[in-house]
Design a protein around this ligand. Sequence first.
Ligand SMILES: [Zn+2]
Length: 417
Amino acid sequence: MPNKIPLGHIDECQICSDKNLETILTFGHQPIVQNYLSAEQRHEPETTYPLNFCLCPICGLAQLDYIIDPQLVFPPHYPYRTGLTDMLIRNFRALADNLEQRYQLKSADLVVDIGCNDGTLLEGFKAKGLRVLGIEPTNAAAVANKKNIPTIQAYFNEDVARQAVSQYGKAKIIVMTNSFAHINNLFAIMRGIKLMLDEDGVFISESQYLLDMMATLELDTIYHEHLRFYSVRPLRELFARSGFSLVNAERIAAAGGSIRAYAMKGQRAESPRIEELIAAEKQAGLYDIAAMRQFAAQMIKAKNDLQMLLLSCKNSGARLAGIGSPGRSNTLLNFAKIDPYLLDYICEKSRSPKIGMFTPGMHIPVVDEKKLFLEQPEYALILSWHIGEEMMQLMRKLGYKGKFIMPLPKARVVDNI
Ligand SMILES: [Zn+2]
């Protein structure tokens, strides 16, 4: 069992250590999606890393075969803030309600969020009178602490787990939303969680779900932060190898389709839903090399169609702007070679720290969304397309009059919204 997954190229499965990883789709070398450049940084070289989407033919885990030092991928100044994303706030409130009711939590119970970002999820638990603790490596920890959400600023590991237990006691609930697919030292993480979790406690992870990702061709969720793309069968394998049981799993709408997994220590009965989900995954071909290559072919076609649509708009003399600059959109921009000659600029909400910067790889300027309403370009490319309907309605309400382009799963122009 691997104790530590090395950095750089890896030649074995992150869960079962099989050495026959198959490359399903390669994106070539890509920059880190959150490495926005300042005007000055554009005069310096830009670092890129291999980005290959692979499948383990034994346990069925979809994964990357290159791991970047987490200090580079999640630096202290990492710009992402949960509290800026309305959809996530709604999901988190629902999760807090759900867990409180399901486990009948009491005021002395401790809830820990690993990778808590600015503490948005824990605010929901705190409002219910529970004790809370966040663990977060980036400066978002300071934002959480300012909101009186006690937060340890650190990359999670067994030492941090011990420190947390000595200060706060064991946790009834440990949550990892989205960061569970991000952390490279998987089995050490599981040991840390085991240390912190009460005997009858529950570890809940939320990760993007491979089944949804393939169904909607979410190729833009493939970037270096996401080391693994979970489906239920490999998740069950992971928990079994770590001394846990996967007791339940459910599909949720968050982040374009996610899987919420519930694990407890030791041997436990599992919900029949787990076998149902595994059957659906098998049916879709998620563990099958040939079926996954067909998904990859569809992703390449989707990319080509998007390029054609943008080129035809541009060649007709239209102006194009992007709406929203989530990190994930840079995979799409770089893979589809959407450069500043195609997309004039990308808009972000006024509070965004990305304004004034340039996207990694393609170097498209990020501007305040006011520019969109002032200049009214003919087309607006929705880069947060997984919440596209919501974005288009909002932009229309705020006064954008042009046409929208939805890039995936099939590039299309949307006029009436
Ligand atoms: Zn494997």
